[in-house]
Design a protein around this ligand. Sequence first.
Ligand code: NAD
Ligand code: LMR
Length: 338
Amino acid sequence: QPPKSQMEEGSVLRRANCRAKGGAPGFRVAILGAAGGIGQPLAMLMKMNPLVSVLHLYDVVNAPGVTADISHMDTGAVVRGFLGQQQLEAALTGMDLVIIPAGVPRKPGMTRDDLFKINAGIVKTLCEGIAKCCPRAIVNLISNPVNSTVPIAAEVFKKAGTYDPKRLLGVTMLDVVRANTFVAEVLGLDPRDVDVPVVGGHAGVTILPLLSQVKPPSSFTQEEINYLTDRIQNGGTEVVEAKAGAGSATLSMAYAAVKFADACLRGLRGDAGVVECAFVSSQVTELPFFATKVRLGRTGVEEVYSLGPLNEYERIGLEKAKKELAGSIEKGVSFIRS
Ligand code: NAD
Ligand code: LMR
């Protein structure tokens, strides 16, 4: 009898080959920071995604435990765990999509920018690994501050000569998920029937919900607009305060991350009309990065949509958002350049 580990690896390979032979669409996905508050439920939900054939779970702690646990789920994806920096390259090699929720979360009283000191270095190291091992992978960046970590990733990829702006996406899906929920509450609708574009970035005033473009077309009183804008912009802080020192949004974020990753995978598969909001390289404003609706396809971001008609309230919000975003983007860029 071969040792158990060999038998397990053999069965894993048989399953992976079997899917490939069957011609079922199967993508290889890595989660970096997979043992964390977001990482664990995200790993569970990605293991349930039929578009995923191989799931790599990487973290600097507890990756074997999370992997053992998730690997017992009787879904198609083959799961492998990777622990510590020396296994980063193995975790990344051959991946189609890399999702990054690695890094420290906020505590009450902190801004997302307060996380820059620690998370900037983490994102830099992980992106250096991506540039080396899977430069063609789509990258979904969740680690905060997203407004700075996306420019950091872009600079790392530029330095390595692998930058493809279509493949780097900052995940702002949670803002859309929250906006749909809060707007649906006000309108008395099912949130699944509501679509709110949220543009700009992912921190405070840079989170700009476009309530004039809500679907189904709806009108709001000024009081409702003030309430909704404030609640959507401060949704993250609402959770940080409710968790009272135990971290920030993890479960709703894992839900949002899977919704977004699934859209990226459907795009890679060649589905038509896959459109979501994301913080990407953009020419919609004078800033180099901006979140708007984008169309996802076989090569990543295939179209970046313009803002559409804004009302006076939204135009004022846009100016505030751009002012703060410019500083956050510059901070990320100079972290790598200087
Ligand atoms: P967490 O502390 O629970 O988990 C983070 C995980 O990252 C931990 O398991 C940790 O071991 C791991 N990690 C740390 N350094 C690493 C490294 N060098 N390589 C790989 N893994 C590493 O935090 P969380 O609640 O999961 O949040 C993670 C990040 O996501 C935070 O920065 C948070 O602010 C951010 N976040 C973003 C959004 C968004 O909408 N984009 C929403 C929620 C949270
Ligand atoms: C969120 O919006 O929930 C995340 O960015 C986490 C945070 O710090 O608020």
